[in-house]
Design a protein around this ligand. Sequence first.
Ligand code: ATR
Length: 277
Amino acid sequence: MTDDLYAVVGNPISHSKSPWIHSRFAAQAGEAIEYTAIQAPLEKFADTVEAFFSRGGKGLNVTVPFKQEAWAMATRRTQRAEKAGAANTLFIDSEGSLTADNTDGKGLVQDLTVNNQIELAGKRVLILGAGGAVRGVLGPVLAERPAALFIANRTPTKAAQLVELFRTEAGETVLGGGGSTDPEGVFDVIINGTSASLQGDLPPLSSELVGPATQGYDMMYSHEVTPFNRWIRDHGGKLGTDGVGMLVEQAAESFHVWRGIRPDTAPVIAALRSGAG
Ligand code: ATR
């Protein structure tokens, strides 16, 4: 019997950790899978997906810049993918439909609350950014029932749009949005969901947002302390964590969607932190 086939599709893709992470999960679970990385040409994402599934592929992860396109081409979407407006997981369901899921938000919440014991329930939470990455995680973050969630973005109108979109999910949470200098008061948790750190940059933030108990979390991952986490620490907050745990947790949730098995993420996160993969 041949191994079940999985892959991550992106452009570029050569630095993806996903093949390594999924091979660790498969080894743990004793599952026979092959997981590769596919670079799709920018104009040929849909063709690449169709070719993969027509040769018997079981599941795909999707990364930059194709998550919205994956969402749009699917004929079915899970509830969490529907609201996220983007998909990082694709599979063919029992009725033969191309189905989109999004495990990023679950990955973030799992890494915050379980791996790092950073609770969101009842807390004042600030999210920086209002792009695809933030939209993808807002549903699961609001499901934790923070007391307040403020979305601050360089372009304030984009934050306001997300506030409108997630009003129902917010329930009792006081949901607000605006520009980078609009949030007021000390926050318990500040999550950086901007791509600013990729350029070694930081949104302009007021030091009044940070108190001694403020916890930072950078959705980007890096072997160095990220500029955002350094900024929180330098302004008297706690040294935050980067997104390596989120990366492994979203992969674990995809593995669970495909295989029905929940991998043990701790050894995989520890190995990545020590330079493996
Ligand atoms: P992603 O899929 O990573 O979310 P995106 O949809 O392009 O990518 O969104 C990038 C986010 O990072 C946006 O919120 C963007 O702010 P704008 O909406 O104002 O463009 C934010 N961002 C990127 N570079 C930034 C910088 N140097 N300073 C502050 N915010 C930045």
